[in-house]
Design a protein around this ligand. Structure first.
Ligand code: KG4
Ligand code: ZN
Length: 339
């Protein structure tokens, strides 16, 4: 079969990213323009600012990527872009750019769900095996998904309130650390002990998650101590929080693997770059005879390579999109069957 080159665009949140991906696996060239330094000033992503920065950068990022690969859009077999979920204004910038390139260069257009991109990030340096359970842990999502094959998604569990990454960001803020908080909490936790008691996180027999309770608990713990003039040991708070969250992720993932009698697990999303969580999930898999797939850390947080990898699956299945497709802030994966 002839080689397939896809130009992929990702702009769902605060990263403007463009990638050229060969056969869904080979990262020919990727550029990521991160807006973190700007959003840091406000303690989190400001949607209006994000879309404006995407607009300023998108053409430059496309050009830079094509230059790195020494290729032109005419060398591509398709143009792909994230259309959902994400911030509407941000998504629109990538989507309209991709649709324009598709129209001008007469290339097929492929819309990609961001969450599918996160899962398929695992295909870049390895090859996913099915059936599998996928745990997606990001700033906006905490999902357990059963996949019978590369193109079928069944939601097994979801967070009932906050996403795990969002909770990390909030805990970082409570501990006076900048956005994005996840990596900072992870670093701090390394220096601490599990000395603070944390609430049980939705310790039931469902595969759902709930992180708002632990978030409020950390908030109350820190504020009440400050009001009483008592010192808190930040490192220990971070460590106790991370242990509790990780235990919950491990237990619920094991439950999903057992419920569906599946022996493959894939982990994805920004929080999957957390070494402590990676190790805990890997240990659980080793103890239970489960094969675990985890992306290289650089493909865990938002990037366009994962969108190109996912677009290749849709390309092979002739799942092209018309140019009247719109961005959607919250659309779940295709082929979803509710339990
Ligand atoms: O997947 P992602 O880049 O964007 C979304 O689609 O949401 O995930 C970003 C989230 C942020 O909440 C960030 O704090 C979290 O992933 N994150 C981490 C780590 N690195 C990024 N959380 C915990 N530990 C990390 N090392
Ligand atoms: Zn993401």
């Amino acid at each position: 079969m002839k080689d397939v080159y896809i130009l992929a665009i990702e702009s769902s949140c605060d990263e403007t990213s463009v990638s050229i991906v060969k056969n869904g696996k080979e990262d020919i060239a990727t550029t990521i323009n991160s807006q973190i330094d700007t959003h840091k000033l406000y303690g989190g992503v400001v949607p209006e600012v994000a879309s404006r920065l995407h607009l300023e950068n998108i053409t430059l990022v496309i050009e830079e990527t094509l230059n790195k690969a020494n290729m032109s859009v005419s060398d591509m077999d398709a143009v792909a872009c994230t259309y959902s979920p994400g911030l509407l204004g941000s998504l629109l910038v990538g989507l309209e750019s991709a649709k324009t390139l598709s129209l001008v260069y007469d290339k097929p257009f492929i819309k990609v769900n961001h969450m599918m991109g996160h899962i398929v990030a695992n295909n870049i340096d390895q090859t996913l095996e099915y059936p599998l359970i996928s745990l997606i842990i990001s700033g906006g999502h905490t999902d357990l998904i059963y996949m019978e094959n590369e193109n079928s998604f069944k939601y097994v569990g979801q967070t009932l309130d906050d996403a795990v990454g969002e909770c990390y960001d909030k805990v970082a803020r409570i501990l006076n650390m900048p956005y994005p908080g996840g990596p900072n909490v992870e670093k701090l936790a390394l220096k601490g002990k599990d000395s603070y008691s944390m609430p049980n996180i939705l310790n039931d027999d469902s595969c759902n998650f709930s992180f708002s309770g632990i978030k409020s608990h950390v908030n109350n713990l820190v504020h009440n101590s400050r009001q009483r003039g008592e010192d808190i040991i930040k490192e220990d708070v971070a460590c106790s929080f991370q242990n509790a969250v990780t235990n919950c992720l491990v237990n619920k993932t094991l439950l999903a693997l057992k419920k569906y009698n599946v022996s493959n697990l894939s982990i994805a999303g920004g929080v999957a770059s957390n070494s402590f969580i990676r190790k805990a999930l890997t240990n659980m898999c080793n103890e239970n005879g489960i094969k675990v797939f985890i992306p290289n850390k650089k493909y865990c947080t938002d990037n366009a390579t994962m969108i190109g990898a996912a677009a290749y699956i849709l390309y092979k299945n002739n799942q092209f999109s018309s140019l009247d497709v719109n961005a959607s802030s919250h659309e779940e994966l295709n082929f979803k069957e509710k339990e």
